[in-house]
Design a binder for this molecule. Structure first.
Ligand SMILES: NC(=O)c1ccc[n+]([C@@H]2O[C@H](COP(=O)([O-])OP(=O)(O)OC[C@H]3O[C@@H](n4cnc5c(N)ncnc54)[C@H](OP(=O)(O)O)[C@@H]3O)[C@@H](O)[C@H]2O)c1
Length: 205
């Protein structure tokens, strides 16, 4: 059965998945790039971090992301120049469904990635992604607002967080729900490397 999985989502000690004021120069918001040093920086030497990253990327047939993860452009697209942060051959190699309120034609990229823009909500994006995944799982890439909505709708099966020992002080919080932090998950993995603390939660069904 196709599962919806968040993997290696990095959050700060104070709960931010990105810093404030995302822009072309600061894709993860101001100061937010420190959240990803453990996976992209020279510090990525720990074999446990490496293995968890690799395992999270296994068996994925489609991705869902929010429009801010796709890029820093806000409002109507206006022009079709922005094609994501990742260049001509993005690292997904499968269909990617971008949640947005602003319609846009699909963009076919190199290496098997096509960006589809979904304007009819999270359930529609999940149905399309699950249908496109060919029996594999769907990666819920982020950002904070998108993951929060899927958790609240009880659609996330696995939530793997990497807690980075930094304080950001401002930005996009992962758990920011006035109705409370979600329940119904149980921790199936919890370990700390020199760079981060991994906590993986599984939805109880
Ligand atoms: N820490 C990590 O591991 C990690 C992972 C991924 C991303 N990030 C970072 O997180 C930040 C983005 O997070 P975010 O919370 O600001 O935004 P986000 O979830 O990426 O995108 C939010 C935007 O997506 C669209 N959207 C979301 N839900 C929708 C819905 N139900 N219907 C229609 N449109 C919807 C809306 O855009 P419009 O209304 O403008 O169309 C909304 O403003 C970025 O800095 C990114 O780099 C961090």
């Amino acid at each position: 059965m196709t599962r919806l999985r968040v993997h290696s989502m990095s959050i700060s000690l104070d709960g931010y998945a990105a810093g404030p004021r995302q822009s072309l120069d600061d894709p993860l918001g101001v100061g937010g790039e420190r959240l990803h040093e453990w996976m992209f920086g020279e510090a990525t030497t720990d074999p446990v971090d490496r293995e968890l990253l690799d395992r999270g990327r296994d068996e994925l047939g489609a991705t869902i992301m929010g429009r801010h993860m796709f890029g820093p452009i806000r409002g109507p697209w206006g022009h079709d120049e922005w094609r994501g942060w990742w260049g001509d051959d993005p690292p997904f190699h499968h269909p990617v469904f971008v949640l947005t309120h602003h319609a846009r034609a699909p963009i076919e990229m190199g290496g098997g990635t096509t960006f589809h823009f979904v304007t009819d909500g999270i359930h529609a994006a999940w149905e399309r992604a699950a249908g496109a995944a060919g029996g594999l799982d769907v990666w819920l890439g982020g950002g904070a607002s998108t993951v929060r909505q899927y958790v609240r709708a009880d659609l996330v099966d696995e939530l793997h967080l990497a807690i980075v020992p930094i304080l950001l002080g401002d930005g996009e919080r992962l758990f920011d729900d006035p109705d409370g932090t979600p329940t119904g998950f149980e921790v199936d993995l919890h370990l700390t490397t020199s760079a981060v603390t991994h906590v993986r939660l599984q939805r109880r069904r």
